[in-house]
Ligand binder design. Sequence first.
Ligand code: FEO
Length: 394
Amino acid sequence: MEAVQVTDGIYWVGAIDWNIRNFHGYSTSRGSTYNAYLITGEKNILIDTVKRPFFEEMVGRIRSVIDPQKIDIIVSNHTEMDHSSSLPLMQELTGATVLASRMGVEGLRLHFPRLRTEMVKDGQEIKLGTKTLKFIDTPMLHWPDSMFTYVEEDKVLFSMDAFGQHYATTKRFDDEVDQDVLYQEAAKYYANIILLFNSQVERTIQKAKDIDIRIIATSHGVIWRKNLGKIFELYSQWSSSRTKEKAVVVYDTMWNSTRIMAEEIAEGIASEGVEVRVMKLGETDRSEVMREVLDSRAVVIGSPTLNNNLFPSVADMIYYLRGLRPTNRIGAVFGSYGWAGGAVKMAQDLLKGSGLDLPLEPYQVRFIPQEEERRKCREFGRTIGQKIKEKSVA
Ligand code: FEO
């Protein structure tokens, strides 16, 4: 395994996880990478590590540049296990102290009680040989411990999870990969990992504007060396909930009644000139739905009633949505039932904690939608389309 040079004296020494398809509930159909970086010079510095099963791969890449035992300092930008779980082995191999933010030190001690750590403060600079490292706290982007590390001489920002993508590839830079795939994966990553922390993103982008950045070395996916302006602009757009005139209709169905409703509602929305995407749960994973939610101004959710309850896949979707809180968007609920209802009320009540605005009463149908009920579904969709067009954009 070989290191890849990022710039003079800085190397990517991470690992490629081609096979991961589920990253704590996020479907990673293109796999992922765990990016660690080696800075060489009078002092050798390792920025983050990799998931523990990939420790040997990282060490092999380091060895292609220097003897790993010559690492003097390790920086931990983020304590989540995909980046930290190799720290104990790395410290055992090198004897190097691990630098982390105040919350990072707290988190690392709770993960690895014997790990030797040292706290660095927000804005602190340390000179290590010819390199000056500046630490920038980015709390809640996306954990309280998160920080960026910036190398002043090379204008390289190690941004941990921010600006990442779950994208396994042999290419290491943004200008080397298919651009459609890259931005699809960056959007999916934002929608599923970062969305809840929109306000912190805005603050971080403001902080980053004061820094001269030439390269953004993220912790997942490819490194940004060409289109930095574009990814900053996209983060600014996503974090301020600048959505399109678009709705996502997400549903599940037992005997096709809710499917018929979903498709009639979608037609009604589209008849207002609004883009619409229909997604059936079971066939479509919740993290794919979230990617569509990211630029949608409405989320329309449909469920049949099963055992006086929400259909399980719809309940799962709503709880996932509640966790990610897509604000400044319209929510609407529909569904079908046979002998006893209940699903639409449950959905509406649960969505009250999701951040969505709920301007409409839910629409439900008993058994199979007939012509009149299909017409009402289209009307329901048209009303949603009109509300989307009326809604001011942030
Ligand atoms: Fe890639 Fe929050 O860990």
